[in-house]
Design a protein. Structure first.
Length: 310
């Protein structure tokens, strides 16, 4: 029997989708790819495949899950299986460098960024950027990994030579222009099947933990602006105030072969929008959805069920 196969490495981020698939009566199977084998001499099962592999898998002890997933997706695509968020989408999930260059290709503004490998090169990158304040972040990230705010080169030098310094899993640190929102919020636009679903306004006035999943908890004290995440509800579904930008996002997703994603952007004091994160392992906030009456995982489950039936 043909099934919907969900590829992932975190049960807590998959449980809501699983519940919706059960609710719809859709046949499915979960593939938890923290480790495993791929027999290239055998054909994969019939059905459709959806990848929810996360760039932050290494923080849960699944260091090589994305690499295994890449092998599995390549195998599936070789055999002509229908794959959503396939090999190309995975390259975006694990590389902000890929995200920024391809967003720019589609006329989408991103913060100015310098790539660095090596502690001394991080300082060199900050001097080259020559913008204050600035932030650092990991190229392959998630959960605010390695993201800190600096007002001087001296502060950066003190940090990278301290025990607080976080080594990026792929060795690449990004030094980036800090975009400040005067109203202290960012927007996360959600897409299913490459089409816009809704926008979520995220209040950052008391913190910057952006993962909307119920199970998400900040893993370290350094959020993207060096603040402490707040505990009260801060996600709100809002009307689309940026239709031209959303249209560009859809074009970018289509060209990048990304089917399901959340794209985060921030608007500065001059009204300019900067996209800074493409999350192909997107989650949805239950409280915000209950208030609005729109449910991302339900829509995703329907999308997958329709694809299976087709």
């Amino acid at each position: 029997m043909k099934k919907i196969y969900v590829i992932h490495e975190n049960n807590e981020w998959t449980t809501h989708l699983e519940k919706r698939l059960i609710e719809l009566g859709a046949p499915y199977e979960l593939w938890h790819l923290d480790e495993g084998t791929v027999n290239l001499n055998e054909a994969p099962p019939e059905g459709i495949f959806y990848s929810r592999m996360s760039a932050s898998s290494h923080t849960r002890g699944h260091r090589f899950a994305p690499e295994l997933t890449a092998a599995v997706l390549t195998w599936l695509e070789f055999h002509g299986r229908t794959v959503f968020n396939g090999t190309e989408a995975l390259t975006y999930e694990v590389s902000k460098v890929k995200q920024y260059t391809q967003l720019a290709r589609h006329g989408i503004q991103t913060p100015k960024t310098v790539v660095a490998v090596g502690k001394s090169r991080i300082v060199e990158a900050a001097k080259s950027l020559n913008m204050f304040p600035f932030i650092t972040k990991h190229n392959r990230a998630g959960k605010g990994l390695g993201v800190q705010l600096f007002y001087s080169i001296a502060a950066l030098e003190e940090y990278i030579h301290s025990e607080r310094f976080e080594e990026p899993v792929d060795g690449i640190t990004l030094v980036q222009q800090y975009i400040e929102s005067p109203e202290q919020f960012i927007t996360r636009a959600e897409f299913i099947g490459g089409k816009y679903m809704y926008s979520v306004r995220v209040d950052t006035s008391e913190g910057f933990e952006l993962c909307p999943a119920d199970a998400c908890q900040i893993g370290d004290m350094f959020c993207p602006v060096g603040e402490t995440p707040k505990k009260r509800m801060k996600f709100e579904i809002v009307d689309n105030a940026f239709p031209e930008l959303i249209a560009k996002f859809e074009q970018f997703l289509a060209a990048s072969k990304i089917d399901v994603a959340g794209i985060e952007f921030i608007v500065d004091k001059d009204g300019k929008a900067y996209a800074y994160d493409v999350n192909t392992n997107t989650n949805y906030n239950a409280d915000a959805e209950n208030l609005h009456g729109t449910f991302g995982m339900l829509e995703l489950a329907k999308f997958l069920q329709n694809a299976l039936n087709a």
